[in-house]
Design a protein around this ligand. Sequence first.
Ligand code: KIV
Ligand code: ZN
Length: 519
Amino acid sequence: MDRVYIFDTTLRDGEQAPGFSMTAEEKLQMALQLAKLGVDVIEAGFAAASKGDFEAVSLIASEVKGPVICSLARALEKDIQMAGQAIAPAERKRIHTFIATSEIHMKYKLRMSPEEVLERAKKAVEYAKRFADEVEFSCEDATRSQRDFLYKVIEEAIKAGATVINIPDTVGYAVPEEFAELIEGIKNSVPNIDKAIISVHCHDDMGMAVANSLAAVKHGARQVECTINGIGERAGNAALEEIVMALKVRKDFFGGLHTGVNTRELYRTSRLLCRITGSFVQPNKAVVGDNAFAHESGIHQHGVLANPLTYEIMSPEDVGFPSTRIVLGKHSGRHALKNKLKEMGFEFREEDMDRLFEKFKALADKKKEVYEEDIEALIYEDFIRQEQEEPIKVLHYQVQTGDKLLPTATVVLNFRGQERTATATGNGPVDAVIRALQKALGLEPKLLDFSIKALTPNTDAQAESRLVIELEGVRASGRGVDVDVIKASVRGFVDALNRALLRKSYILSRESLRQEGTV
Ligand code: KIV
Ligand code: ZN
């Protein structure tokens, strides 16, 4: 078989990472884009983990057509039952059940004997078959598991009906040659392995998640579990865009293997995730970083102009990297906006179009040229996020500053239904307004990172603020966009705070599962 299936776990393993939690609506937006990207399976969440997770999985199962919709479940009847209920509305469904098979996990986390684990694995797969034809079984911490026991568990899981066997490198311990050898071992030692697809799920603790996944593919794995921008527990998971492009660019090496991914949607998907989670990718990130196609040195520039293949192994168009970025201006009409939105992959109802067109006109009046990034920012800020119930809403603020004035800011905001006002001074106008916000809220988050940059290259550009904060042990990122630098900062700061506050309740609901040591 020369097809490699792409199993996207951005909304499950990716979302588990600090600072990346998403609401059900945000997950749906991501899932719709993942369907456009052409992934084969969307792991939409862990239905039994919380009410929010359950809702997100069932929302995606009802709304997203195309990919298989999957929910994770521990090898427990109650988890499997909830996963089954959550994915029920999907056209194509899968339950992904797992239990750890390494000695260290069985002894200290599960407190179960190998025999009990084997029995539990069989029962879980059999039970999951009641809810979905496709059942995936994972041997958690497979790379640190005793080989003969691992083979036995896999064999029994397949006998019980598993159609996909996933081999996770849960703690990012493997190295490529050794991981490839493990896949060979499974192929040669599990007698019924031809009845299932071998999948791999690699974490990036030593920066080898992509290399390990590709080594496994070269040796027979035909499903790769990965996430957009490589987000995930700790150092993250294998990055989807890197796996897909490596298979495409090095088809010669991989013997013609291919995926069903439309690579032209990679850049857009990466940026949508950033927008939704308030995160960012480093500029030198492979495939989707801002510098991935930038040639700075004269020699490189000369070569690329003469023939792009001198220094580019893939073209920016292949991954949907925007080449010309100016798209619309203040004379552009509703029709032009609608066409542009369609080109960008968005479709809106007529009444939403009216509201969006008004917002667009207001922005185009403030700046001469409107870029794709501006339009995306507008859609996100004014549509997607507005639908959510956020704990903090800034009603208005005022800042006085000048070379002979002590920067002073006053803010009026609503915090969980209560109106509050505060004034503060600071080193600069941004510092003053942030201090005023903190005072009004009575919250003192630690600012771990803060940057502001122009989204596009003009003095009338929209400014984008990006922040990472820590509030009572909860880390969150935030992002704010506006033509006014101070407003962009206020939006970013409040965005991060809202995410931290929303995340706190989410964490509480997961606490009980964490105590069992199984999430
Ligand atoms: O890393 C891991 O082992 C997992 C499993 C639940 C597949 O995420
Ligand atoms: Zn994982």
